[in-house]
Design a protein around this ligand. Sequence first.
Ligand SMILES: Cc1cc2nc3c(=O)[nH]c(=O)nc-3n(C[C@H](O)[C@H](O)[C@H](O)COP(=O)(O)OP(=O)(O)OC[C@H]3O[C@@H](n4cnc5c(N)ncnc54)[C@H](O)[C@@H]3O)c2cc1C
Length: 317
Amino acid sequence: AQQLGAAIKAESEVFDVAPIGPPDGSGGYTVRFQSSTAFFKKKQSLTARGVVFAGGVLGTVPLLLKLKQSSLPGLSDRVGYGIRTNNESLIAITTVDKDKDLSKGVAISSILHTDQYSHLEPVRYSAGSGFWRLLVLPMAHGGNTLSRLGKIAWDWLSRPLANLKVAFVDDWAKRTQTLLFMQTLDSTLRFQRGWLGGMRSRLDKGPAPSAFIPEAESLAKQYGKLINGKPTSLALEPLLGIPSTAHILGGAVMGKDASEGVIDKDNRVFGYQNMLVCDGSMISANPGVNPSLSITAISERAMGKVEGKGRALAGQG
Ligand SMILES: Cc1cc2nc3c(=O)[nH]c(=O)nc-3n(C[C@H](O)[C@H](O)[C@H](O)COP(=O)(O)OP(=O)(O)OC[C@H]3O[C@@H](n4cnc5c(N)ncnc54)[C@H](O)[C@@H]3O)c2cc1C
């Protein structure tokens, strides 16, 4: 993109996109942004003939929800709908055996299909990548917060040495096998703006995603035995029963028209000219697998349909 003249404005957060002249954006847009890192945020702006939203679900969807109430009222009422996860469970199993090094090799290179909806991916992190250890607690599924805290306390009391060894393991990534269990089973959430501009989520369709998937728990326990390790989950799961996802999708999804989606099949925003959404918020189904290559491929396809330099960028001359 830089070779074709694009300037990258790092550490800049867009907070407004407003049409210049005609309300459908055919006269271009004013894009307002500010530093995403500075304490005192100087507001800046630029003008553009077209805009591509690519802030990811947690960037694009809150921005579009805000702009629908201000500069872009013509956005579809479907903004915020169709938020999905891969219905997943992330479990990290830490071994106490110092002769095991689980960090070598490609991050994800195998998949175990456990039924027609579900599969498990063993995930590796490279040696030294240990930040996650601060975020996990021993795996405790089911029941309520009190019963899960009771399970964790009992585990610590009955196996204090093993728990201490796991908590203070020398290199978390070397001694940890992460298991990523995902399902194609579908349900959707809806994001809305709260009173103070924050985000709220509520269940829209289907069963609520759960932090506790029995098959994932059983596989983690079996794997734990194999590597002499202890399964741990992200702390919000045992503490509050809130499921975690690394694969949030949707919120500005494709549809036939504005009553069904926010963008058309070529990623163009309904109601506006020269405006696209090219990130995970465009995805309108639960693929049940890690989505970044699909996001990249669909974005590349959409950019290939933009006249001018975008076509060259997407390799279509
Ligand atoms: C721990 C972890 C592991 C993962 N592993 C895998 C994997 O192995 N394989 C896989 O396929 N997927 C994986 N994923 C998922 C994958 O990273 C995401 O699905 C993908 O990055 C989403 O792409 P995106 O373009 O929608 O958004 P992002 O990659 O999130 O990019 C959005 C960018 O926009 C910026 N932004 C947001 N708002 C604004 C704003 N207002 N103004 C300016 N900039 C803004 C953000 O800072 C960010 O840089 C993983 C995710 C996590 C969290």
